[in-house]
Design a protein around this ligand. Structure first.
Ligand code: SF4
Length: 477
């Protein structure tokens, strides 16, 4: 490519061609470079080739969606499950393993082509390029260069299409977790297909806005599905105090959102002399009654995801990443960090999926933990959480009485993902300076900015209530 390739002619004027000067383009999360977009490498550590392969995976899913829609297979569970898991793989800090992403692109093309051959009589007319192209692994990056985010020239159309894609990525993350616990809803799968296919069509702005709003509705349906799956399996979260100090036994640190992995790890470590600690996104596991019975679930170690490079180092034992957020591991702990499920990182060991209804096998991690030192203490004390909807309703009389008496004058919602930017300390400053008659409602890992402060309570009601866990959805708001 020469320097002249970086320019294009538009309306008679010569201007920079952003498609050519960018090695990649991703603006799906709040860490985006200069709050605009990562175009050389991701602030999250995602390299350009990984970003481009993820773009091609999304494009391949569009091809499945176009084909499935033409064949009337919008509610097919096998197709829906594949789309859901693949969307989740492209969520920020979930999967940096090119070979896994390539494999998924290959599978996507196979699924799409088999829909065409098995349902040929139902499919008519010309299909979009996403539904017709084929290529070998060696050709993936060249194809990716044609189909990334910037392939849509019009800023408004691009923004609305990408907003919808990010919406269904969030939906997919929740749907994936519900699916792990055996709960699926074909309406969710059908919407993912409708949304993906729509980005290949020339829709009006109103129609695109309508789909974005529908994504919000379907996200609520999906959250309800996951909530029912979690509470059926593990009980309703309860107001709980969580230890943030450490014990003397070696430990395994588990992060991410996958409660089934948590359950199986706790069962397999029981009686082994290994303690289990949660990190970051897994903190809410402590609030579920089913996990409270495990005495070796000792506490939560550390803070939000972005501090993991230091905290994983001082934890001393193995770390299991069940979903996002993994950041590029340091040499000091890369031999004791593992991924599982949708998560992946090239060169990092991956624990395989369940087979034939059996639990995942965490024995390698447990054996490694036995050889490790106990975690180094980085803090002491307890944090309070577990204010999910059932627990909040149990306190409803108290809350209503406090509002009526004037003890509570306002509720403030502070939700979102924590990040490394220094100016995010404004969350802490706001929490510290709010009037004492204020209740903070929280969701997402931004709560680590203030959940260790002594904010007190109002007549027995904790001054911050955490109705939601650190969720993947908040990560790209
Ligand atoms: Fe940048 Fe976020 Fe995309 Fe990573 S996921 S490349 S940090 S915008």
């Amino acid at each position: 490519m020469s320097i002249f390739d970086c320019f294009k002619k538009k309306n008679g004027k010569v201007e920079l061609d952003s498609k050519q000067i960018s090695k990649m383009f991703c603006y799906q999360c709040q860490e985006a470079c200069k709050n605009t977009g990562c175009d050389v490498a991701g602030m999250c550590g995602k390299k350009a080739d990984t970003a481009n392969l993820q773009d091609l995976l999304i494009y391949s899913l569009k091809g499945i969606a176009v084909t499935a829609k033409a064949a009337g297979l919008e509610k097919d569970e096998k197709i829906g499950k594949f789309i859901t898991d693949s969307l989740f793989v492209t969520v920020t800090n979930t999967n940096f393993d090119n070979s896994r992403i390539e494999k998924m692109i290959e599978q996507a093309l196979e699924i799409r082509n088999s829909i065409k051959s098995e349902h040929a009589s139902r499919i008519s007319g010309d299909l979009h390029d996403s539904a017709t192209w084929n290529g070998s692994t060696a050709e993936y990056l060249a194809k990716a260069a044609e189909v990334g985010v910037l392939a849509t020239d019009n800023d408004d159309v691009r923004s609305l299409r990408e907003l919808l894609i990010y919406g269904i990525k969030g939906i997919a993350a929740y749907a994936h977790h519900a699916g792990v616990l055996g709960s699926e809803d074909s309406v969710i799968y059908a919407f993912e297909i409708e949304a993906l296919a729509s980005t290949t069509e020339n829709l009006s702005v109103d129609a695109m806005i309508g789909l974005v709003l529908k994504a919000g509705e379907v996200a609520v349906t999906t959250m309800a599905l996951l909530d029912a799956a979690n509470t059926t399996a593990y009980g309703n979260p309860e107001l709980s105090k969580v230890n943030i100090g450490v014990g003397n036994n070696p430990g395994i640190l588990i992060s991410g959102h996958d409660l089934k992995d948590m359950e199986e790890l706790l069962k397999q470590t029981e009686g082994t002399g290994i303690d289990v600690y949660t990190h970051s996104e897994m903190l809410p596991a402590h609030y579920y009654p089913a996990f409270k019975k495990y005495k070796h679930l000792v506490g939560n170690y550390g803070n939000a995801w972005f501090k993991q490079d230091k905290e994983f180092e001082s934890f001393n034992g193995p770390i299991l990443m069940t979903t996002n957020c993994i950041v590029p591991p340091k040499d000091s702990y890369k031999d004791r960090i593992y991924t599982t499920g949708t998560t992946g990182y090239a060169g990092i060991k991956h624990i395989g999926d369940r087979e034939d209804g059996k639990a995942k096998d965490f024995s390698e991690i447990i054996e490694l933990a036995k050889k490790c030192s106990a975690p180094t203490e980085i803090e002491k004390g307890e944090i309070v959480g577990g204010f999910a909807h059932n627990q909040v309703l149990a306190l409803a009389d108290k809350v209503v009485a406090a509002v009526k008496s004037g003890a509570i004058k306002r509720f403030i919602v502070m939700a979102g993902c924590d990040g490394r930017h220094k100016n995010r300390s404004y969350f802490t400053e706001i929490a510290e300076n709010l009037p004492k008659d204020t209740v903070i409602l929280t969701a997402g890992c931004a709560k680590y900015r203030y959940n260790k402060l002594e904010l007190g309570d109002i007549g027995g009601i904790q001054e911050f209530l955490t109705p939601g866990s650190a969720t993947t959805v908040t990560h790209w708001q």
